[in-house]
Design a protein around this ligand. Structure first.
Ligand code: SF4
Length: 102
């Protein structure tokens, strides 16, 4: 990178993606029974798209809520979850993320 090149923020990089959500197919599902027993919340800290959040904002012990719609298909959540709670698949053809200008 040259000295004159601007370093982009995460939000600026995310704005370069295009997401097409399949409202009829959740390509990632989580097992809430397993998640309720979790104490490390690896998914919340690993997901770059904030798909995993604490239901009470920053309250760390509140249950996890999950939304597959902003998913960037990086695969981090299925790797970091130590409990096997994440059932992960790619979206069906024509749906999901498109890295259009990055
Ligand atoms: Fe988040 Fe990546 Fe998992 Fe999608 S695949 S939910 S972007 S961690």
């Amino acid at each position: 990178m040259s000295k004159t090149e601007k370093i982009m923020t995460i939000d600026e990089k995310l704005s370069l993606t295009k997401l097409t959500t399949d409202k009829n197919y959740e390509h990632i599902t989580v097992n809430q029974e397993i998640c309720r027993k979790c104490k490390t919340f690896d998914c919340v800290y690993a997901c770059p798209a904030n798909c995993y959040k604490f239901s009470e904002g920053e309250e760390v012990d509140s249950p996890i809520i999950f939304d597959y719609a902003p998913c960037l298909e990086c695969g981090s959540c299925r790797i970091v979850c130590p409990h096997g709670s994440v059932d992960w698949h790619y979206p069906k053809g024509g749906f999901g993320v498109e890295y259009k200008n990055s």
